[in-house]
Design a protein around this ligand. Structure first.
Ligand SMILES: *[C@@H]1O[C@H](CO)[C@@H](O)[C@H](O)[C@H]1NC(C)=O
Length: 311
C-alpha cells in the first residue's frame, strides 16, 4: 500500500458522458430508471426464490445469486456515473479508482462463472434429464457459487497486483465514466505494453472462454430439443434467443475492450453502458417473464399480499 502513496497523481478526472445540460438531465433520468429497474427486478427475484419453497432448486438458487451479482455489478459504476452527470467536478480519488477496478473485476468474474454454471444447469436439465437431480445436487450448487467467488477474486487480484504498482505522474484524465485497467495503463508514466498484455491475456481469455462456452451450451441445447421434439422447437428457440441476445450484448463490449484492442476511441465507454446499465435489468426479465414457475410464484405471493408490497 505504501507504493500507492508514492504516485504523484492523487485523483483522476472522469470525463464521463458529455453533452448539453438538457442531454445530461435526460441521461440522468434514463439511468436512474434503469438502475431502479435493476434493483427492483433483481430484488424481486431474490425475494421470490428465498420465500417461495417451490423455488428451492439448484436453478433458482443460481438465479438468485446472479440477481445479487447483477445489482452489485451495476452498483460499481452507475451511481457514481449518475452523480457525475449532474456535477461539473467529476473526480475519483486514486484509491476510489483502484477499488472500483477491483470490484468490477471481482463481480464481473463471479458473474461469468455463474452464467456458465446456469448454462450447465440448463444443459443437464434438458440434455441429461435422468441424471439431472443426481448431478445438480445442493453440494454441487454450493461449490459452483464458491468457485465463482474464488475465481472472481483471483481474476481481479492477479491483474491488480501488477497495476497497483504502476507510477502515475502526469496526465490524469480518463475519457470514460469509470476506471478500468486499459485506461489506467494508458495514463501510467511507463511503457504499458507488458501490462496491457497481462490484462488482455487474463480478462480477454476469461471473456472469450466464457462466451464460447455459453454459446456452445446453447447450441447443444437447441440440437437436443430439435432432435427430441417434433413441433415445440419455436418456443425453445424464442427462449434461447432471448438468452443468446443478452449474452451477446454483455460480452461484445468486454471482447471489444479486452481482446481486440486497447482502443483509444471512446466507443467502448458507450458500449459498456450496455453492460453496467442494460443487461442487469434485462436478466430478471428474460429469466422470469418466460418462466412458468416464476409467474406462478408471483401469483402465489400476490395472493398472500406480499407481492404488491415488495415488487
Ligand atoms: C446462492 O447459491 C447457494 C448455493 O446454491 C445458495 O445456498 C444460496 O442461498 C444462494 N444465495 C442466494 C442469495 O440465493
Amino acid at each position: 500500500m505504501d507504493k500507492l502513496n508514492d504516485s504523484v497523481v492523487s485523483e483522476f478526472v472522469l470525463l464521463g458522458l458529455s453533452g448539453s445540460s438538457e442531454m445530461r438531465v435526460f441521461l440522468t433520468l434514463i439511468f436512474c430508471l434503469l438502475y431502479l429497474g435493476t434493483i427492483l427486478g433483481n430484488l424481486c427475484i431474490l425475494f421470490l426464490v428465498i420465500f417461495d419453497s417451490h423455488l428451492h432448486s439448484p436453478m433458482y438458487f443460481l438465479l438468485a445469486n446472479l440477481s445479487l451479482i447483477d445489482v452489485g455489478f451495476s452498483s460499481t459504476t452507475i451511481p457514481k456515473m449518475i452523480s457525475d452527470l449532474l456535477s461539473e467536478y467529476k473526480v475519483i480519488s486514486f484509491r476510489g479508482c483502484m477499488a472500483q477496478i477491483c470490484f468490477i473485476h471481482i463481480i464481473g468474474g463471479v458473474e461469468m462463472v455463474l452464467l456458465i454454471a446456469m448454462a450447465f444447469d440448463r444443459y443437464m436439465a434438458i440434455c441429461k434429464p435422468l441424471h439431472y437431480l443426481k448431478i445438480m445436487s445442493p453440494k454441487i450448487c454450493v461449490s459452483f457459487v464458491i468457485t465463482a467467488w474464488v475465481t472472481g477474486v483471483i481474476h481481479a487480484m492477479s491483474q491488480f497486483i501488477f497495476i497497483a504498482h504502476l507510477p502515475f505522474c502526469g496526465p490524469n484524465k480518463i475519457d470514460s465514466f469509470y476506471c478500468d485497467f486499459p485506461r489506467i495503463i494508458k495514463l501510467a508514466c511507463t511503457d504499458g505494453y507488458k501490462y496491457e498484455f497481462i490484462v488482455a491475456a487474463n480478462s480477454g481469455f476469461m471473456t472469450m472462454g466464457t462466451f464460447f462456452l455459453l454459446i456452445l451450451s446453447y447450441v447443444f441445447i437447441l440440437v437436443t430439443v430439435w432432435k427430441h421434439s417434433s413441433g415445440d422447437l419455436s418456443k425453445a428457440f424464442v427462449t434461447l434467443s432471448a438468452h443468446i441476445t443478452v449474452v451477446v450484448l454483455y460480452f461484445t463490449p468486454c471482447m471489444f475492450l479486452y481482446v481486440w484492442h486497447f482502443s483509444t476511441s471512446s466507443l467502448d465507454k458507450y458500449l459498456f453502458i450496455v453492460d453496467f446499465a442494460i443487461t442487469p435489468v434485462l436478466n430478471p426479465a428474460i429469466y422470469t417473464l418466460r418462466n412458468k414457475d416464476m409467474k406462478i410464484a408471483m401469483k402465489r405471493l400476490s395472493k398472500r399480499g406480499y407481492y404488491t408490497q415488495f415488487c
